[in-house]
Design a protein around this ligand. Structure first.
Ligand SMILES: Cc1cc2nc3c(=O)[nH]c(=O)nc-3n(C[C@H](O)[C@H](O)[C@H](O)COP(=O)(O)O)c2cc1C
Length: 298
């Protein structure tokens, strides 16, 4: 059942998508049951930035056909707040069950300098088993997402890679011309694994209701589409990436069932992450891991 990933021994291949499962809130809602039946084999934090972020103004969510557009805008306490307040609570939860669940901290910065500081800080904390670098962040100079251009991505990952000895997973953006080229660039620059897909850029107009102001609905103008609507895109992108890289691939996007997870593994994913489905069913990942076991896929 267990699977080796970047030197970590995981109980099964199902983890969470960053930003879609808040363990601290879940502990409040579900109590110690969460510790006994922790749904994921590794826990990925939401994205942490150097400075605190408020996130986008509301409205932040839009229910699309077979999916969800979120324009949350990565609110977080910033690096210091995460390390001082969240990390001890997360570790208390993920380290308390029958099996210890490794913690993967997801970070994002708009320059190599910012990312370097984040990686160095994570490197100094032994409770953090691995780091996921979210490259869906605009470069301050070009305005382009760091991960959308293979050359820019390779330059940034190469510059920051020496700042940590921990496994580095690069979370690719799907909003690019050729995701496999981006994955290769990340691998060349020293990534130990890649993960995909992040949300697809999307928007929604306000409902045609005279009591509401017309125009864009989402506070951030645009947002990211996730859920079943993106499953087939995820399958295509994970297949394209897994065919080109040698490093392990974490596949995600619209996974709701063991069959969906199995599809991603069939095209080359080593691990599968569950995101939006956890909002509908907080123990979805446990159900999916159990289903994989029953199918003989894990
Ligand atoms: C509400 C919400 C918040 C998210 N926050 C983050 C985040 O903080 N960092 C990140 O890298 N991805 C974030 N994501 C993207 C997910 O981790 C995942 O890549 C994406 O949603 C596709 O998987 P899914 O269709 O199973 O949700 C977020 C997604 C949602 C729906």
């Amino acid at each position: 059942m267990s699977v080796e990933f970047c030197g970590l021994q995981l109980a099964h291949p199902v983890l969470n998508g960053s930003g879609t499962f808040d363990v601290i809130a879940a502990r409040r809602a579900f109590g110690d049951q969460l510790l006994r039946d922790f749904p994921f084999s590794a826990y990925v934090s939401k994205t942490i930035t150097l400075e605190p972020r408020q996130g986008n103004p509301p409205p932040r969510l839009w229910e699309a056909s077979a999916g969800l557009i979120n324009s949350i805008g990565l609110p977080n306490k910033g690096l210091e707040g995460y390390l001082a307040e969240d990390l001890p609570q997360i570790v208390e939860i993920t380290g308390a069950g029958a099996a210890e669940v490794p913690l993967i901290t997801n970070v994002m910065g708009s320059t190599a300098e910012e990312i370097s500081r984040l990686l160095e800080a994570c490197d100094a904390h032994e409770q953090i088993a691995a780091i996921e670098l979210n490259v869906s962040c605009p470069n301050v100079k070009t305005g382009l997402d760091i991960g959308s251009d293979p050359r820019q991505l390779e330059e940034v990952v190469r510059a920051v890679r020496p700042r940590t000895r921990k496994p580095l997973i690069v979370k690719l953006t799907p909003n690019t011309a050729d995701v496999a080229l981006c994955a290769l660039a990340a691998q060349e620059a020293g990534a130990d694994a890649v993960s995909l897909i992040n949300t697809l850029r999307a928007t929604a107009l306000a409902p045609r209701d005279p009591t509401l102001p017309a125009g864009r609905w989402l506070g951030g103008g645009t947002g990211g589409l996730s859920g079943p609507a993106i499953r087939v895109v995820a399958l295509a992108q994970v297949a394209a990436v897994a065919a080109r890289v040698e490093v392990p691939v974490v596949g995600m996007g619209g996974v709701q069932s063991a069959a969906d997870a199995c599809d991603l593994m069939d095209v080359g994913a080593t691990l599968v992450a569950v995101g939006t489905e956890s909002f509908r069913d907080p123990v979805a990942a446990a159900r999916i891991a159990e289903g994989l076991r029953a199918m003989g896929a894990a």
